[in-house]
Write a protein that binds this ligand. Structure first.
Ligand code: CMC
Length: 391
């Protein structure tokens, strides 16, 4: 029947009211609680942005100190969770481990599963933000067969994550301030993006009253796909496969070919019909990081050239396809030393802040109801059951 509005992919349905993030896709504008993303990326820190998304305003100096302290008190994982990791194969994808471990947190932090108490919701949010770096770093350590490192709360949120990932117990680890700044900026650029697929998944899961750990695990599962968070991994793999500026034309031709399923990864966006403002900051950061680390990467030349060619091609102009956040991020992460399999796990780490902010906003909304989309039924009309031998 035609009783419902049919909107596949929710291209024109607002599922909620939200005061967290504003996007104007035609103009290429992204604001968090009113602040432009480029100002936050260049001048703020990930912890400040986390506070901003959760509480609505930038923290005062003492509020930031308190927030940093609270987050640092929650960085350790229950020791029993280390044995949970050991049940995975060493070659497990980090996102598979993240889905499992984050979902399992609800079995370890029972007190944080009472979603009716705002104080408990805040503690659950702090726990998730604080534990994600530990969880992601342990997934990496497990994959390469190195010992897990405990958090060091004398370091910054991001510095601590880098140490748990790249440090070893046998030696002191010096956090490189350039790398720390770039990593922190990448976290800021991924912190929230209003009602994207994974955030909508978190909200939908949360709308039934499910506990926050289960909801964030659902978000991680959704983020994994190559059309969403998995695009950063796919984009770098694609740039490597192209390998040489001479081969770009061939790949652009494939992307335009209707009979070829190939797409330019890191290109195009459901909402942005203009340059993704995050991609701009990401490109600058990629240039800076490679320069300051005195690295050169032929893949950056391929990316720059591919962008130029695509942006002057009629197909991409007409369809308003521009580089998105994932186009340049992989180049920076690769320079820092992350294997491609970790890229989406880093996205999940950062997006956890947006997920918990959106989840809290939803649960505190007096109009909140269980999410329950309708459908247009196109199947068989009613018919009678016939026993197997008579069909
Ligand atoms: N390369 C070539 N053609 C493309 C691309 C691309 N990357 N993206 C879209 N198109 C074409 C598509 O074929 C379609 O053409 P037509 O109208 O002739 O059928 C048209 O542009 C519209 O595409 P769509 O798939 O209907 O648009 P959508 O809003 O459903 O998809 C998207 C958005 C991001 C899934 C898509 O652009 C895409 O698959 N991009 C590559 C993957 C990617 O980079 N994803 C990261 C998104 S940003 C970060 C995140 O969300 O995690």
């Amino acid at each position: 029947s035609g009783m419902f509005t049919y909107d596949p992919g929710f291209t024109s349905t607002a599922s909620c009211q939200s005061a967290i993030t504003y996007i104007d896709g035609d103009e290429g504008i992204l604001l968090h609680r009113g602040y432009p993303i480029d100002q936050l990326a260049e001048q703020s820190s990930f912890m400040e942005v986390a506070y901003l998304l959760l509480h609505g305003d930038l923290p005062k100096k003492n509020e930031l100190e308190e927030f940093n302290y609270i987050i640092s008190r929650h960085t350790m994982l229950h020791e029993q969770l280390a044995t949970f990791y050991r049940g995975f194969r060493r070659d497990a994808h980090p996102m598979a481990i993240m889905c499992g471990v984050v979902g399992a947190l609800s079995a370890f932090y029972h007190d944080s599963t009472d979603i009716t108490d705002p104080q408990q919701r805040l503690i659950a949010s702090h726990r998730l933000i604080a534990k994600m770096p530990t969880i992601a770093a342990m997934a990496y350590k497990y994959s390469i067969g190195q010992p897990f490192l405990y958090p060091d709360n004398s370091l910054s949120y991001t510095g601590n994550f880098l140490r748990m990932t790249f440090g070893v117990p046998a030696e002191p680890y010096e956090v490189n301030p350039i790398v720390e700044k770039a990593m922190d900026r990448i976290f800021i650029l991924h912190a929230d993006h209003e009602q994207n697929a994974s955030t909508s998944t978190v909200r939908l899961a949360g709308s039934s009253g499910a506990n926050p750990f289960a909801c964030i695990a659902a978000g991680i599962a959704c983020l994994w796909g190559p059309a969403h968070g998995g695009a950063n991994e796919a984009a770098l793999n694609m740039l490597r496969e192209i390998g040489d500026v001479k081969r770009i034309k061939e790949y652009v031709a494939r992307a335009k070919d209707k009979n070829d399923p190939f797409r330019l990864m890191g290109f195009g966006h459901r909402v942005y019909k203009n340059y993704d403002p995050r991609a701009k900051v990401m490109q600058q950061t990629a240039e800076e990081v490679l320069k300051e680390l005195k690295l050169s990467d032929p893949v950056l030349d391929v990316a720059r050239e591919l962008e130029q060619i695509a942006l002057s091609d009629e197909y991409f102009i007409e369809k308003k396809l521009y580089p998105n956040v994932d186009f340049y991020s992989g180049i920076i992460l690769n320079a820092i030393g992350f294997p491609t399999e970790m890229f989406t796990a880093l996205f999940a780490l950062a997006r956890t802040v947006g997920w918990v902010a959106q989840w809290n906003e939803m649960i505190s909304d007096p109009e909140q109801k269980i999410g329950r989309p309708r459908q247009l039924y196109v199947g068989a009309t009613q018919r009678d059951y016939v026993p197997a031998g008579k069909r």
